[in-house]
Design a protein around this ligand. Structure first.
Ligand code: S3P
Length: 168
């Protein structure tokens, strides 16, 4: 079974994927890193400069198609994967479990305040609008919702491990 971590930028997907991977002894995949490999870009700014958000979303579909067919992986997605139904459907159709890492916008804004790597988190009011728009999408796709505010990545990973051993 694959585990797909979803959540807004800065919700801790990558860090928690690493912790969970160590706990469960299975590999994790960082979807944004695969996007860089496929598009031959060094970072998200280059991806957006090369082909805009469309290039990111098309590449996500390509990755989802390939990786949904693999087994026992943790997939750390980009925060906008919920805008990409085709990509997420590849995973869910193959029985992947989707875990939403939930954090309040204020926590995220605090975490990302000095971050200049995310083209879609440049302007706080725009980011807040995107958060409010996406929240129901994250909730709609989630098999499990994990609150990440005020907990360490290790605690969150343990909590997810417990849910998995209880049959998720
Ligand atoms: C995006 C989130 C980013 C990255 C890209 C777009 C989004 O990933 O895929 O900048 O649309 O929310 P993280 O969630 O890992 O920051």
């Amino acid at each position: 079974m694959n585990i797909v971590l979803i959540g807004f930028m800065g919700s801790g997907k990558s860090t928690i994927a690493k912790c969970l991977s160590a706990l469960l002894g299975i590999s994790y995949v960082e979807m944004d890193d695969l996007v860089y490999q496929i598009t031959a870009c060094r970072n998200m700014r280059e991806v957006f400069a090369k082909g805009g958000e469309l290039l990111l979303r098309e590449t996500e579909i390509q990755i989802a198609k390939e990786y949904a067919a693999k087994k026992n992986l943790i997939l750390s997605t980009g925060g906008g994967i919920v805008l990409n139904k085709i990509a997420l459907d590849y995973f869910t159709e193959k029985g992947a479990k989707v875990i939403f890492l939930k954090a309040p916008f204020e926590t995220i804004a605090q975490r990302l305040k000095n971050d200049d790597t995310r083209p879609l988190f440049k302007e706080i009011e725009e980011a807040k609008k995107a958060y409010n728009f996406r929240l129901p999408l994250y909730l709609g796709y989630a098999d499990e919702i994990v609150d990440t505010a005020c907990r360490s990545p290790g605690e969150i990973a343990l909590n997810i491990q417990k849910r998995i051993s209880n049959g998720l």
